[in-house]
Design a protein around this ligand. Structure first.
Ligand code: FRU
Length: 612
């Protein structure tokens, strides 16, 4: 069974093109107060469906030669059109296509229903403009060409490419119609967008999951087949299998699905090959029970439940989602520990979603967490910003790397952020490392992936040193490409109690980053960062311990159009936060309180836009 290609959104020309429809391309027939047929009378490639985000979803039954091909949910425009989304008609060429649309709004009569803005705004076109033209669409982060995105998932490295699948709604910029979108990259910075990889079917929509290369052909789908395990979400959440024999471009669904069922909500299966025991291990989020279930299997089809981890441990708020379990070497030693990533929402460190992790041992069946000096299992966060979620790693990454990427948003306001054509980007890729801190505890560092250095277009400011005290020192930031840049510096606080760095624009909007020397913390204040009023949960101050070895603060900051990622002390402390300045931040000032601080190696790079 091959995944239908019906809604594969082959993304053609990126040039602006007027819709090529005429009134006769589409015929609208109102059957009742809440029921309308839209007949397509054109050979064009895409039917553009008009969306109004504040409206409720209409149920759209796509009939092909009178038979139901698929049902999708689209916020059909009522009083105004916010944007239009494409339905790819190419798989239906030569067939009759009719949308049987059921709206939910209460109306007094059919005349009122006829007045909806959508009915006069369906168009047929051969090209879709997916160029990066929105103010807040990132210039060098991965984001979808259009439509909604949440979790990155199913990431796998094969044949020299980093494949990134992600939760997407191809029919609007809010969560719905969950499908696996697909992009891939040779270098983790230049992303090519592909047609959607796994589409909803009779078992449900396609929630998060994982992929792995089956190098021993254990599942019988071919040596080196890419196997995907994901959640089919409908009345129940069940786990399903699909495989790809074409390098991850298209997937075939396993006819014996589902392969794991439980009585309560369970999702986001994450599997890996356990070399020591010659079998697969699967970690599954038992969402409402706040635990991760561990299964094993010889072939990915028959799974045995081995153990459960997490009840009563770590942060317990909300639901547990998107697990990942992997070994890491402790820096500077030959010892290996296992890390269990455990995303949860809500209950994150600053409200909403966040990624906690546990460090411990794994014997092939059971994960046993380490305890601290007091005998407790500590709660640790991978990133102390507000916009870092659903973080998981690539399978089969080269050179023993453990590379992760996270969703750069927060469920508190992801659907409200001031973007339109698309919603949400992913974080920059990061390398996981394990270090022992001065408190004797092990922590995970997130180090920017080495490939990111290739983003540097030019040195905007050569390394320099300065003293900063009560008198502010101000430096200019690049203006090219909306000011996208990377800023590096080292702070020696000397006698200062606080060192304050402020990124600001001409409108007075600013982000303040404060190194509190006594507390050994770094705070990120975005309360005045620009547009913040779309959600009461957006204005915030986030704080991280700095994990400094010597009192120095080494900072590396990536500034894109709508995000700042701050890596301190070689990734030992990280904060990822969205910001929506009305114009790019154009200066950075540094000052110190309580004495002069020494700033050295202050360097600014202009970066290259890669998301075109
Ligand atoms: C996490 C999550 C997952 C689920 C997916 C649905 O953000 O809720 O648990 O698989 O999103 O889109």
């Amino acid at each position: 069974m091959k995944t239908s290609t019906a809604a594969m959104l082959t993304l053609l020309s990126l040039t602006m093109s007027a819709a090529t429809s005429s009134a006769s391309d589409v015929k609208v027939e109102h059957l009742g107060v809440n029921n309308t047929l839209v007949r397509v009378n054109s050979d064009g490639r895409y039917l553009m469906m008009p969306v109004q985000e504040s409206n409720d979803d209409a149920t759209v039954n796509v009939l092909v030669d009178g038979r139901l091909d698929r049902t999708i949910y689209v916020r059909m425009a009522k009083s105004k059109v916010d944007y239009s989304v494409p339905l790819d008609l190419s798989p239906y060429k030569g067939h009759d296509v009719v949308l049987n649309i059921i709206t939910t709004q209460a109306r007094s009569d059919i005349r009122e229903a006829k007045g909806d803005a959508c009915w006069t705004n369906f168009t047929v076109t051969d090209t879709v403009d997916t160029s990066n033209r929105e103010k807040y669409r990132p210039a060098f982060h991965h984001s979808p060409l259009y439509g909604w995105m949440n979790d990155p998932n199913g990431m796998v490295y094969t044949d020299g490419r980093w494949h990134l699948y992600y939760q997407t709604n191809p029919y609007g910029s809010k969560w719905q119609n969950m499908t696996w979108g697909h992009s891939s990259s040779p270098d983790l910075i230049n992303w090519e967008h592909h047609p959607v990889a796994i589409e909803p079917d009779g078992l449900g929509t396609i929630f998060s999951g994982s992929c792995a290369v089956d190098s021993t052909n254990s599942a019988g789908f071919g040596k080196d087949a890419i196997i995907a395990l994901y959640t089919s979400a409908a009345a129940s959440q069940i786990q399903s299998l699909a495989w790809s024999n074409d390098g991850g471009m298209t997937f075939n669904k396993y006819p014996g699905n589902p392969v794991v069922t439980l009585e309560s909500e369970a999702r986001d299966p994450n599997m890996f090959w356990d070399k020591a025991n010659n079998r697969w291990v699967l970690v599954l989020a038992h969402a409402l029970e706040h635990e991760m279930l561990i299964f094993t299997s010889p072939d990915m089809k028959e799974w045995t439940l081995e153990s459960a981890f997490g009840k009563g441990l770590g942060a317990q708020g909300g639901v547990w989602e998107c697990p990942d379990l992997f070994p890491l070497k402790i820096d500077g030693t030959g010892d290996t520990k296992w890390v269990l990533l455990c995303n949860l929402n809500p209950g994150g460190p600053f409200g909403g979603s966040g990624t906690q992790y546990f460090i411990g041992d794994f014997d092939g069946k059971t994960f046993t967490p380490d305890t601290d000096a007091q005998g407790n299992v500590p709660t640790k966060w991978l990133d102390h910003g507000k916009d870092h979620y659903a973080t998981v790693s690539w399978s089969d990454a080269p050179d023993g790397r453990r590379t992760v990427i996270g969703w750069m948003s927060n469920w508190q306001y992801a659907a409200e952020v001031p973007t339109k054509q698309f919603r949400s980007a992913n974080t920059l890729p990061r390398e996981m490392q394990l270090f022992r801190d001065t408190d004797g505890e092990l922590y995970v560092a997130s180090v920017p992936s080495p490939e990111l250095e290739a983003l540097r277009a030019s040195t905007f400011r050569k390394p320099s040193s300065m003293s900063a005290g009560t008198k502010e020192r101000k430096i200019n930031l690049p203006t090219a490409n909306d000011g996208i840049c990377e800023i590096l510096l080292t702070v020696d606080p000397r006698k200062a109690s606080d060192v304050i760095m402020t990124l600001a624009n001409n409108a007075g909007e600013h982000v303040t980053i404060t190194y509190d020397v006594d507390a050994q913390t770094l705070a990120f204040d975005r309360r005045k960062s620009g547009v913040t009023d779309f959600s009461q949960d957006f204005p915030a101050v986030t704080v991280t311990p700095v994990h400094s070895r010597d009192g120095l603060l080494n900072l590396r900051m990536f500034v894109d159009r709508a995000s700042i990622e701050l890596f301190a002390n070689g990734g030992r402390a990280v904060m990822t936060n969205l910001v929506f300045p009305t114009s790019p931040y154009s200066t950075m000032t540094v000052k110190a309180v309580g004495g002069n601080a020494r700033i050295s190696d202050l360097t600014v790079y202009s970066l290259k836009p890669t998301a075109l």
